[in-house]
Design a protein around this ligand. Structure first.
Ligand SMILES: Cc1ncc(COP(=O)(O)O)c(C=O)c1O
Length: 460
């Protein structure tokens, strides 16, 4: 911070923030009587606020982003060197880090072949929607234009991506939305919608029912999170993905996997969430952990088959993908992403994520024995959720206010955790954890200890 303002002058920063900054997802009335949180420094898995208080950050920058942790000098250096050499040129031209990162990324994604750069998860997803619409116009005579999305999933903040929000509170008051986006049921078995043995297959069959209702000829694409994030950390039930892939093939529907949260090792064992389930997508989008927040970058990755649709008719000046992303040309993004990927590989962070994820999961399950308020523990790798319920029998959700008190108590104990919020009416009751992939056993135990103490304080 030296250079902008000294550490001794933090009160000036807090006042400037209170007076002029409009924070995301925040009711500002609260800042008339309490200070806004200003984070000043980070190192590893820890951050410090303007008052000098230290926290373990169990949510990787608040929204599952800083996968390799804070203070990575090698990423800062890689970005600096690249900026001095060539900071920007619009994406109609290539760049050195853009080309090399695309090659390395594709090597980790068998079956995929093209990378389109932009700079947020929303934008990456919106590119897919535009590609699907253009394929419909150009190759299906205007048919196959609808995009299916799932209840409880989230794909972004723009009007287009909010049209595919399975989280009603995120979309409320920002409509009306464009046509052609159709919802399918969620697959969370804990909140069963069908009383059957093979829940995964049944939940996938529900997608087929929507396709048949809409008309298979009108449906171009299905977008899904591999593990739903902000909708309550929902891992798919057994058999779900196999059946989803089968249905997409049966009706010639393109499969779009939103890896904005799950991508780059977050779920452990594999680079991407979908790779746990043996599926072959047509589109994969990613952002957050791609450069761990050291630069803004997102990627829309497609197969060669999808790419071919846009070059098959060179005589038609309208046939190629006529999308523009100004900041998709920033070289800081792929430069940071390259070094981020090297760190994940060289430090074995995907393996660490699997190990630490198992430990965190086991710790949360142990807390379940002690705290009846925990109704369900879910997740994969270092991407976990604990759903709080007032009554295990009826599964009545714990009140959101109390869930938020647990989050506040954890912060008082020096651990920043998350919780579903302003997403699902009446169901914002899941505590969320997504620490950096460098987390150690001690870090994990400190995180779950803080949750233990906080649950006792709030619920007894
Ligand atoms: C699954 C998923 N997709 C897309 C997005 C949107 O990403 P961004 O905020 O970078 O636009 C998010 C953001 O939280 C997300 O969780």
């Amino acid at each position: 911070m030296e250079g902008i303002v000294g550490m001794n002058d933090m009160s000036r920063v807090v006042e400037a923030d209170r007076a002029h900054v409009w924070h995301h997802l925040s009711q500002h009335k609260a800042y008339e009587t309490a200070d806004p949180r200003v984070i000043v420094e980070g190192k590893g898995i820890r951050v410090w606020d303007a008052k000098g208080k230290e926290y373990i950050d169990a949510v990787a920058g608040g929204v599952w982003t800083v996968n390799v942790g804070y203070g990575r000098e090698s990423i800062a250096n890689a970005v600096r060197d690249q900026l001095m050499k060539m900071n920007y040129f619009a994406g109609a031209a290539g760049s050195v880090p853009g080309a090399i990162f695309a090659q390395k990324l594709i090597a980790k994604m068998p079956g995929m072949s093209r990378v389109y750069y932009s700079n947020s998860g929303s934008e990456a997803n919106e590119k897919v929607y535009k590609m699907v619409r253009q394929i419909a116009h150009k190759h299906h005579g205007g048919r196959k234009w609808k995009i299916l999305y799932r209840d409880r999933d989230y794909h972004g903040t723009t009007i287009g991506t909010l049209a595919t929000s399975g989280q009603d509170q995120r979309a409320e008051q920002y409509g009306p939305y464009p046509d052609g986006f159709v919802r399918v049921p969620h697959c969370l078995e804990y909140r069963k919608q069908w009383d059957v043995e093979n829940y995964g297959e049944r939940a996938a069959d529900a997608i087929e029912e929507v396709i048949l209702r809409e008309g298979p000829d009108s449906v171009g694409c299905l977008v899904l999170e591999p593990v739903t994030a902000g909708g309550g950390v929902i891992t798919p039930p057994k058999g779900y993905w196999e059946r989803v892939q089968e249905i997409c093939r049966k009706y010639d529907i393109l499969l779009h996997i939103d890896e904005v949260v799950c991508g780059m090792g977050r779920t452990g064992t594999h680079w991407f969430g979908y790779q746990h389930y043996g599926i072959q997508p047509d589109f994969v989008t990613m952002a957050k952990g791609l450069a761990s927040g050291y630069a803004a970058i997102s990627c829309t990755v497609t197969t060669e088959r999808v790419f071919d649709y846009f070059k098959s008719d060179a005589a038609d000046p309208m046939s190629y993908f006529r999308d523009i992303s100004t900041f998709g040309g920033c070289t800081s993004g792929p430069a940071a992403a390259l070094e981020n990927m090297r760190i994940i590989e060289d430090e074995g962070l995907i393996e660490n994520t699997a190990r630490m994820g198992d430990r965190c999961f086991a710790n949360l399950q142990a807390l379940m024995e002690k705290h009846k308020i925990i109704g369900d523990v879910r997740g994969k790798g270092l991407f976990l959720g604990a759903e709080l319920v007032a009554d295990r029998g009826t599964k009545e959700p714990a009140p959101e206010k109390l869930v938020q008190q647990v989050v506040a108590e954890c912060a008082a104990h020096g651990v920043i955790i998350g919780a579903t919020n302003r997403s699902l009416p009446g169901l914002n009751n899941t505590l969320c954890l997504s620490p950096a992939l460098i987390a150690t056993s001690d870090d994990i135990d400190q995180i779950t200890d803080a949750i233990d103490k906080s649950l006792t304080k709030v619920f007894g």
